[in-house]
Design a protein around this ligand. Structure first.
Ligand SMILES: Cc1cc2nc3c(=O)[nH]c(=O)nc-3n(C[C@H](O)[C@H](O)[C@H](O)COP(=O)(O)OP(=O)(O)OC[C@H]3O[C@@H](n4cnc5c(N)ncnc54)[C@H](O)[C@@H]3O)c2cc1C
Ligand code: FES
Length: 1355
């Protein structure tokens, strides 16, 4: 009998999170596992109910039949409703009737994991259901907009729903009513409401502010810049100006009639599919039994279906059995022995119960266990996953040791319940030990402190100890470890046995630690195996450490066995209190923003909310994949090479012939005779769309499968089998060293090659000290825009085609498509409204995506669209350039550097893309210091890797870091304070000019020296250095470091087109070449339009900004749009628009004068109406070309960051960051502030978290949210202060403004440098204790400085 086959791949999760030892102080029964044995058919199967699903979305009723049960709610929302939801916005509110409690429950779920069948009888609310542009926005939307908490907007609806759910939950508590306008939510809950949500644009701080603004305990003074109140407003005024929140106004729309309707639906059956909803264990038994009878049917038990988020199952099932309606599986029972949780209960409910049970205090050992289990469970996934994820899930993951020790279960065993026993005091020989004390602790080391990241290690320890006159006796002890790279959690048996009955001493501890090393061993192939093992030791040490009092006689000799934990110093520290502080971190504790806005060009300069932020929050903003599919639309997916260099002999599918849903497999052979194989036009030429016969890198596009749905296209691409042949081919070039050996380089045109400074040999000759041939290696970074690559191509009449693309340069996609299809450019139209995050990844890399859709649509004469899954996106994206740097530097004894020589090998991948510009950018950023003489050789290596492309501050971020690494190295060798070496080598204006030439501008524009001092003052840098010294002296297990870092960042201003048209009613339509990516380009353009048109000086121009609408880019309507890259597109677009407005003002001037004479005063509307009647041309075009002496300029900023490193885990927390950044005269300080914070946090990801790993063939293996960790709200600086400096008048700049998009990203190096400083302190401490090895202050801290990297470096 074919049957449910339990997955063998399920090893870690719950086991890892709730190890069995937590629950078992005594060797009696702990968690109850009840396997349902095979039974004879006892009762009839449930009778057939209705065959259609009924549910509501935003109050609209849907009845659905004949739908594949593997369909997710997200797929349904996107394809069958007008309501949107997508990656980043997948969180929706589910309202459902609880038959046990007889009440409606509301909770958020992830619509991309929730199966549509499981929402039968439920009501779904999306962000648009809370409020919208037609019915009025919800205060959440309004506050998100007003606190500038939405940039590209792609994540915003999901954020709003997470907050809404937290607000709704808070209302259900019995806390006292909050004051009017506020919720019962606390500030801490408000921040935590979004811990599971990702945002790549904002840096989270403004989102946290928007959330906190609802909290009952919020101090409005703590909230950041917003459009509601002004500085100095009283509390009352502030409260009045906040959009009013009344919890009763916005309850969820559950229709009560569902209650009866869905109760009767026990089986949703159709010709093809069945979904069973048994309501008793007997019924379940019978279903399982009947299934065995029906040979060959595949059945799946389902609860929340969230496991699919990890396993990404593609297998199809014939039957689904939903376990959530069996009362025994959904109840909590409590008796004298303990608490029993039904296996289908959600993790959230278990947490709630455990918390309620213990009421948050630690009165008894039992309460302590409950609270700690709840705390640990809270780190699994995110709130909206835990709300539907059951504690049962894969039964192999349950960690009862007996259970774990048995062989894999028979198919069709079902977990019914989990039993947590109450703790009992220990009995020895049947008698309770009165002086014994129970201790229980859980640990988790994960890249994100608050969860939503796979841990490196979970641990739970339970011990019963008592005091004797000889010391502390361990009566019993249980030590469990999980998630460290074994199939399931394990008990460290040998250690337990060893410790039981022992009196704790140094020798005992030493031996125990040795034994742990042998017990906690990861399986082969587990990443960071040594780190995981050292964590186990560290956690055990931390636990046992609490049994000793300060000053205990731990003397020496443990260092080696602890793999680095030097206990010599133990007695010197107040370790008990210190370690107890390594608990739950507070999130963003405070933030300050200082902006100096100017009214010189009003409304330019005003911190206006981002245009469209409210519709972004409500989910009404339209991104490419939100455009409804035209009839007959097909969907595409790429088949990519998994080999770095191989001939492609053919493609077959697992099911022969190709799956029925596949309409075509498009490849190079399908390019029309008159077209060409082109997928991208980059600065140094074009690049192919498809691999010809030869795949040249892992990720090369071999073909494009087109099917009826996106899901089927993805499935077909996934199951395609590519036949490769490598015979006779040279080996691929996979490293820069191999590229050098085989002279595989891209040419860098001389005009792009940077200029050397001074005479290197002379500089070296002047040096007192030299570092020769030191090396640094830097890896890549993935863009992680929330909206992956997407396009929709629609064939039009007369061989034309319209392509909607999420792209930063539609003009070039336009050319590529025309050339690929072999049609004139006027037959192509590329439209881009907004982009859900780009960061450079939607420039060149979006072109092949649009071209493939266009090619398929052109060939099949049907619309074709694609929305890349994250994995494919990550495989083909390329990302930042990895590189290897070798440097030699000469310097004086006082830290003054006299000469620097760099040899840089850049791994550019297979095509040139934008790589030839990298040398200029890298060296440009390195020049931020005065090196005396600077000489270099930069080679752009061609390798068999995916082509690397521009990512926000490409080359600049690496260059800036290289400069800091060299400074750090010099300081270490001289044993000097790093900040003073920086100070010594900062530019004077003269040396700046020598390095940057005309980009340096006038000396008054050189604001770096004042910024440098300013940031020291605002961050109280000197005082904190002293405080940190003091902290480091009195703490052993945590070390702090602080660092101040400057940046000089050159940008180039490019030409840009603009078009302004004034309509009959006086409203204004603006088109610009620049694309709205979230950087606020449209908002600045609106402000400039209003400012420039107000020069006409008539009545009503004050509110002109509200009359302006910027519309989507359309390559036929406005040509020469260019690229939206390099930080300067906003200012160029603004200038282009200003030129148009100047023309219009000139055209209107005479009429205005005439009307003024006639009427005394002229209103804008009247003027425009008259102008239309008098046939004045009210549309103006322009093409802004910057003056040749104003095409480049320098940006300046500085940051101070302080971090704390946990010596036991390698975790780095950013305690505080202060930034001062010169925006010139900011066009919109709120927008620029958002760019600064967002860029900084993205830089943080590069320096501290994000590992874009590949296998040995170069195929990306960190290919999803499970393995690639961008910053979340719990990883940003706890105190985050930013000052947007207004440096006054810059005549050569557009309205005196300066760029903000990329340069601040470089400032995140300050965090890396501070981490290095903290590690240095740890190493210094070790040295002071006499340890021999690993204490050198000269060491390399890799990028990213992840937990294992940091742990490995500290001694
Ligand atoms: C983003 C994310 C992060 C996560 N992080 C963690 C983490 O840090 N630690 C951790 O432990 N887990 C983690 N998980 C896994 C999570 O705990 C599981 O997805 C969840 O518990 C599964 O519950 P479910 O009700 O959704 O199960 P489903 O997905 O519905 O089912 C999972 C499997 O178990 C089977 N099954 C379900 N119930 C039973 C039962 N009663 N008896 C027998 N078989 C059954 C199903 O047939 C299916 O094969 C994470 C998941 C996600 C999506
Ligand atoms: S605004 Fe959050 S991802 Fe863009």
């Amino acid at each position: 009998m074919d049957s449910i086959v339990p997955s063998t791949s399920s090893a870690s999760s719950v086991a890892a999170s709730v190890p069995s030892t937590l629950l078992s102080p005594l060797p009696n029964r702990i968690w109850a596992f009840e396997a349902i044995p095979r039974l004879e058919m006892e009762s009839a199967l449930p009778s057939v109910g209705e065959d259609c699903l009924v549910f509501e979305v935003n109050g609209e009723r849907f009845e659905v039949s004949e739908i594949d049960p593997s369909t997710t709610l997200l797929e349904f929302l996107r394809s069958r409703t007008r309501f949107k939801s997508g990656c980043g916005a997948c969180v929706v509110l589910l309202s459902k009737y609880n038959t046990e409690l007889k009440q409606v429950e509301n909770f958020t779920v992830s619509s991309c994991l929730t199966l549509l069948y499981s929402i039968n009888g439920c009501s779904i609310t999306t962000s648009e259901g809370l409020g919208n542009s037609k019915d009025g926005f919800h205060p959440i939307h309004q506050r998100f907009a007003g606190f500038h908490a939405s940039q590209c907007g792609f994540c915003t609806p999901g954020m709003c729903m997470s907050l809404f759910s937290a607000l709704a939950n808070a209302e259900e508590t019995n806390r006292p009513q909050a004051s009017p306008g506020f919720s019962k939510l606390t500030v801490s809950e408000a921040e935590k409401a979004i811990t599971g949500n990702l945002c790549r644009c904002t840096g989270y701080r403004p989102i946290a502010d928007a959330c906190k603004s609802f909290a009952a305990d919020v101090d409005l003074e703590d909230l950041g810049i917003n459009s509601f109140w002004r500085k100095g407003d009283s509390k009352e005024v502030k409260v009045r100006k906040l959009p009013f929140y009344n919890p009763k106004d916005h309850s969820c729309s559950y229709t009560e009639k569902f209650e009866d309707e869905y109760k009767s639906t026990r089986l949703l059956n159709s010709k093809k599919y069945s979904w069973y909803r048994p309501v008793s264990v007997d019924e379940l038994r019978n279903l399982l039994h009947s299934d065995m009878v029906e040979n060959g049917k595949r059945t799946k038990l389902v609860v929340g279906n969230t496991a699919n988020g990890y396993y990404k199952e593609t297998e199809k099932y014939d039957k689904y059995i939903d376990l959530r309606y069996i009362p025994e599986l959904s109840v909590v029972k409590e008796d004298h022995s303990g608490i029993e949780f039904g296996a289908a209960l959600s993790i959230s409910k278990v947490i709630l119960y455990l918390k309620e049970k213990s009421k948050g205090n630690l009165r008894s050992s039992g309460d302590m266990v409950f609270i700690k289990i709840a705390g640990h469970l809270e780190k699994i996934a995110s709130g909206f996953i835990r709300n539907s994820a059951s504690i049962g899930h894969k039964y192999e993951k349950i960690t009862i040791e007996d259970f774990l020790n048995r062989p894999p279960l028979e198919p069709k065993n079902v977990l019914l319940s989990v039993h947590i026993p109450f703790l009992e005091p220990i009995r020895i020989n049947g008698t309770f030990q009165t002086n014994s004390r129970l201790l229980f602790e859980t640990h988790r080391a994960a890249p994100r402190p608050l969860g939503n990241a796979l841990p490196y290690l979970n641990a739970a320890f339970l011990a019963d100890i008592s005091c004797s006159k000889n010391g502390i006796i361990v009566n019993t002890i249980q030590l469990a470890f999980g998630a460290y790279g074994t199939k399931h959690a394990t008990r460290a048996r040998k250690v337990e046995e060893y410790l039981t009955g022992k009196i704790l001493s140094v020798g005992i501890l030493k031996e125990a630690i040795k034994l742990v090393k042998g017990d906690v061993v990861s399986e082969e192939g587990t990443s960071h195996a040594a780190y995981r093992s050292s964590l186990a030791i560290g956690f055990l040490f931390e636990f046992l450490n609490s049994f000793f009092s300060v000053g205990s006689a731990i003397t020496s000799g443990l260092y080696e066995d602890l793999n680095g934990l030097l206990l010599n110093g133990f007695a010197k520290s107040n370790s008990e209190s210190e370690i107890s502080q390594i608990g739950n971190p507070p999130l963003l504790s405070s933030a300050k923003q200082v902006v100096e806005s100017s009214r010189e060009y009003y409304p330019v300069g005003a911190p206006m909310p981002k245009f469209g932020a409210s519709i972004q929050a409500s989910g009404e903003a339209v991104y490419v994949d939100d455009i409804p599919s035209p009839p007959n639309c097909l969907h595409g997916a790429f088949i990519c090479s998994t080999k770095p260099l191989a001939r492609v002999k053919g493609i077959t599918f697992k099911s022969h012939p190709q799956p029925a849903e596949v309409a075509a497999v498009i490849s190079v052979k399908d390019i029309p005779r008159e077209g060409e194989n082109i997928g991208c036009m980059a600065m140094c030429g074009s690049e192919p769309l498809f691999a010809d016969d030869l795949a040249r890198f892992a990720g090369d596009l071999i073909a494009f499968v087109v099917a009826d749905t996106q899901k089927n296209a993805n499935l077909a691409a996934k199951t395609a089998i590519v036949d490769y042949d490598t015979q006779g081919l040279d080996p691929p070039i996979l490293t820069v060293e191999e590229a050098v050996e085989r002279s595989s380089f891209f040419n860098v045109p001389p005009i792009l090659y940077p200029q050397e400074v001074g005479d290197f040999s002379k500089g070296m000759a002047e040096a007192d000290h030299k570092i020769l041939s030191a090396e640094i290696k830097l890896g890549s970074q993935y863009y992680f825009y929330m909206e992956t690559q997407t396009a929709l191509a629609i064939p039009d009449e007369d061989n034309c085609i319209v392509v909607y693309s999420s792209i930063q340069c539609p003009e070039y996609a336009h050319i590529v498509i025309a050339r690929c299809l072999g049609i004139p450019e006027h037959n192509v139209r590329v439209i881009t409204r907004r982009v859900g995050g780009g960061f450079g990844g939607k420039a060149n890399k979006a072109m092949p995506v649009a071209a493939a859709c266009a090619l398929a649509a052109h060939k099949l004469r049907r619309p074709v669209r694609i929305y890349l899954d994250r994995k494919t996106d990550m495989i083909i994206a390329g990302g930042r350039h990895p590189m290897k740097i070798t440097y030699s530097v000469g310097f004086k004894s006082d830290g003054n550097i006299t000469a620097l020589r760099l040899d840089i090998l850049i791994n550019a991948g297979i095509t040139a893309d934008t790589s030839p510009v990298m040398p200029l950018n890298i060296i440009g950023a390195i020049k931020k210091y005065d090196w005396g003489a600077l000489s270099f050789d930069v080679k752009v290596c061609k390798t068999n890797h995916s082509s690397k492309s521009s990512m926000r501050a490409p080359g600049d971020v690496q260059g800036s870091f290289i400069a800091e690494a060299i400074i750090e190295h010099v300081a270490s060798l001289l044993s000097m304070d790093v900040d003073s070496v920086r100070n010594k080598n900062l530019h004077t204006y003269e040396s700046l000019e020598l390095s940057y030439g005309s980009a340096s501008g006038e000396s008054v524009e050189f604001t770096l020296p004042s910024i440098w001092d300013k940031v020291a003052r605002s961050s109280i840098f000197d005082e904190r250095i002293e405080m940190i010294k003091q902290f480091n002296r009195s703490n052993i297990w945590r070390k702090r470091g602080i660092s101040r870092v400057p940046i000089v960042h050159e940008v180039h201003v490019r030409p840009a087109p603009g078009k302004v048209s004034i309509l009959w009613d006086g409203s204004i339509v603006v088109e610009v070449g620049g694309i709205e990516l979230g950087q606020g380009l449209w908002t600045k353009v609106k402000q400039v339009t209003a400012y420039a048109l107000s020069a006409i000086q008539c009545d009503g121009t004050k509110d002109l900004v509200d009359k302006v609408r910027v519309v989507q880019a359309d390559t036929l309507s406005l040509v020469q749009g260019g690229h939206t890259v390099g930080s300067t597109t906003s200012e160029s677009s603004c200038e282009a628009v200003r030129l148009c407005c100047n023309v219009l003002v000139e055209r209107l001037a005479a009429l205005k004068e005439k009307l003024q004479e006639e009427m005394g005063s002229v209103k804008w509307d009247v003027l425009i109406l008259q102008a239309h009647y008098q046939n004045i041309n009210l549309a103006a075009n322009s093409f802004f070309v910057p003056d040749s002496n104003a095409t480049k300029y320098l940006n300046y900023g500085a940051a101070v960051s302080e971090v704390e490193v946990n010596i036991l885990t390698g975790e780095t927390r950013i305690l505080r960051t202060d930034i001062v950044y010169d925006c010139g005269q900011s066009m919109n300080p709120a927008v620029d502030l958002g760019q600064i914070e967002g860029a900084f946090v993205q830089g943080l990801g590069f320096f501290m978290l994000e590992e874009y790993l590949t296998n040995s063939d170069g195929l990306v293996v960190a290919d999803g949210t499970w393995t690639y960790k961008i910053p979340t709200i719990d990883t940003i600086p706890r105190q985050f202060n930013v000052e947007v400096l207004n440096s006054g008048h810059h005549p050569k700049r557009v309205l005196s403004s300066k760029a903000s998009g990329e340069p601040p990203l470089l400032l995140a190096a300050s965090v890396h440098c501070a981490t290095r400083a903290a590690i240095k302190e740890a190493r210094k401490q070790l040295k002071s204790w006499g340890a021999a090895d690993g204490t050198d202050s000269v060491f390399q801290l890799d990028v990213p400085a992840t937990m294992p990297v940091v742990k490995q470096l500290r001694p």
